[in-house]
Write a protein that binds this ligand. Structure first.
Ligand code: ZN
Length: 121
């Protein structure tokens, strides 16, 4: 078991093969890697119905095309918090998402302007 100062580190390895730097819980693994907590996380995730209900609500609040982007970013946030992905990956995803939203919004704005101009003639 690796130690950092007096603190015990998680015994698991990350997806990229590096040793997890998370602080170990009683079972020797961090919050993300603990097998005991894993079951709880899986149970939370399998509440898939909630997901689609939320998706339906989001459809009303934002352009439907952007809903998957929002849901993805929400997952990224959770995974980043759980240290399942690194900050660099999360940043890259956020950056691409921003571009996507920007292009989408610009396109929609242009469409609206066109519709307005059409109505004037
Ligand atoms: Zn860990």
């Amino acid at each position: 078991m690796k130690m950092r100062g007096s603190k015990q580190l998680c015994g698991a390895t990350n997806r990229d093969g590096s040793a997890c730097q998370g602080m170990a819980l009683a079972d020797g693994f961090c919050f993300s890697h603990s097998p005991a907590l894993r079951e709880k996380r899986m149970a939370a995730r399998s509440k898939g119905g909630q997901h689609s209900a939320k998706s339906a609500r989001l459809q009303k609040m934002m352009p439907p095309r952007l809903v998957p982007v929002f849901l993805l970013l929400e997952t990224v946030l959770k995974e980043l918090y759980d240290r399942q992905i690194d900050a660099k990956t999360a940043q890259a995803i956020a950056s691409v998402s921003r571009s996507l939203v920007f292009v989408f919004t610009a396109g929609e704005l242009e469409e609206r302007v066109r519709a307005l101009e059409k109505g004037r003639k």
